[in-house]
Design a binder for this molecule. Structure first.
Ligand code: ADP
Ligand code: ADP
Length: 221
């Protein structure tokens, strides 16, 4: 499903050069739930961004469903990403002056769905995360756990095969974090969604299928 081959990432500015990833090779199978752990600055977010086709590696190959992604032009890459991948971030990234349901509909604006279809899909996604009673609230009127559930609804509204989550429970207390983790586990188990999650929490990592450890840009065996 996701194949990374010898991924290198170097960030270059006029004065400094940072080797963020060093020869990462990895396969994530369809339906797998992988977690990634490692100290701050070891390259976890960089790896997730490269896997999500948000950022290009300096070297190496990324195949998703056997499709070579680095040869796609920008428009094709954006379409490919929008159809296949949903993103969840630690700080939710919701738009505060849009209602919950409009936030969830955002990824569908890139598709040809009608307003009615968009509303139906968003309502179904919000139901799935248990937020049917908050669809007309604004993000500022929600608790942290509720905001993250909105973000999950937004990530799944287009029915992506892959979810990439960057510390999805990082800003939440353990009860709310567990609630979010339960939703992710269910998406994986019931819908077969492939999930890659960066976490600092060994208890969360332990509940996934496999753990990848990174240290200073390299895989630790
Ligand atoms: P993590 O997510 O594990 O905390 P990151 O992937 O954010 O690590 O960062 C890995 C390394 O790359 C760090 O040393 C960081 O300083 C560097 N880095 C990240 N983003 C940039 C950037 N845009 N420009 C320069 N260096 C960066
Ligand atoms: P917690 O502290 O348990 O994370 P909050 O106290 O922030 O949760 O929120 C409790 C409930 O009140 C939530 O269901 C949330 O939707 C609602 N709520 C919080 N702030 C507001 C607000 N400003 N306006 C309307 N409802 C709110």
């Amino acid at each position: 499903m996701i194949q990374l081959k010898n991924i290198e990432k170097v960030y270059r500015t006029d004065t400094v050069e940072t080797q963020a990833l060093n020869s990462i090779s990895l396969r994530v199978a369809k339906g797998e739930f992988l977690s990634i752990m490692g100290p701050s600055g070891c390259g976890k977010s960089t790896l997730l961004n490269i896997m999500g086709l948000l950022d290009a590696p300096s070297k190496g190959d990324i195949l998703i469903d056997n499709q070579q992604t680095l040869s796609l032009n920008d428009r094709k890459l954006a379409n490919f990403r929008n159809n296949k991948i949903g993103f969840i971030f630690q700080s939710y990234h919701l738009i505060n002056d849009l209602q919950v349901v409009d936030n969830v509909e955002l990824p569908l604006l890139y598709r040809n769905s009608s307003a009615k279809e968009r509303r139906e899909l968003a309502t179904a996604a919000l139901e799935k995360v248990g937020l049917s009673n908050r669809i007309h609230h604004f993000p500022t009127q929600l608790s942290g756990g509720q905001k993250q559930r909105v973000a999950i609804a937004r990530a799944i509204v287009g029915r992506p095969e892959i979810i990439l989550a960057d510390e999805p429970t990082g800003n939440l207390d353990s009860a709310m974090g567990n609630e979010i983790m339960n939703i992710l586990l269910e998406l994986n188990r019931v819908d077969g969604t492939t999930i890659v999650m960066v976490t600092h929490d060994p208890n969360m990592a332990q509940r996934t299928h496999r753990l990848l450890r990174l240290f200073d840009g390299s895989q630790v065996q």
